[in-house]
Design a protein around this ligand. Sequence first.
Ligand code: FPP
Length: 258
Amino acid sequence: MLGFSSKQNASSVEGIPEGADDLTPPAHVAIIMDGNGRWAQSRGLPRIAGHKRGLNSVRKVTREAKALGIRYLTLFAFSTENWLRPREEVHGLMDLFRFYMRRECKTLVAEGVRIRFIGDPSQMPKDIQDLMVEAEALTSDGDTMTLVVALNYGSRAEITRAAARLSQKVANGEIEPADVTEEAISAELTTSGIPDPDLILRTSGEQRLSNFLLWQAAYTEFLFVDCHWPEFDEESLRQSVIAYNTRDRRFGGVRQKA
Ligand code: FPP
């Protein structure tokens, strides 16, 4: 597990060559932004203060991802299980999403960043659903990077919905059972058209996937970082991309000798 802080430089990560300036950016980085609550509680603050501070990291990391040449950045903002949190925290998070969508769209448009949402929007408050549609439309010309925000996202539910839709198509005689291929399942997921993540990062030291991109993560590299999300910044992302560059991805095959 990497425990880097923003103060460290590239050569201080074990096993990474110095002068790693010619980085190959992963095309798609997905992040489980964990540790907001602990960051706040350790400072005697309410949990929502951690989420608010986490929004600063969202801004920093979005800008840096674009600068590094990452084409897709996915952020796990709210899971299907997060409704179980105290009412006050859920309301605070919803207000934060409203604030973000109302305030940040102009910046995203100026930076050429397109926003897209994954998950099941139907359970979100109606005004947030409207803001989501608006944000996708406003930023739809963005072609430097796609920011994918997972809102009310749960991977098992997403796969289950895809299976149900394909079964219905078979029952209707629209497709044959043999048409239920990996591509057909991928096309029914809310991530349809988005390449699978090359790197999934989780902050706060926890090492689990928490129902995030289970299907899409078949060959993803994982990186668990020891700092809480509000402490994660531009340099942390750069360090993560450097660490990714040391990985030997074989996709089940063997390494070809040069
Ligand atoms: C997990 O930390 C974090 C969340 C459930 C919310 C993440 C949301 C934001 C950073 C707000 C803004 C996001 C966008 C994209 C607009 P936790 O609360 O589970 O932390 P803990 O494990 O320490 O309790």
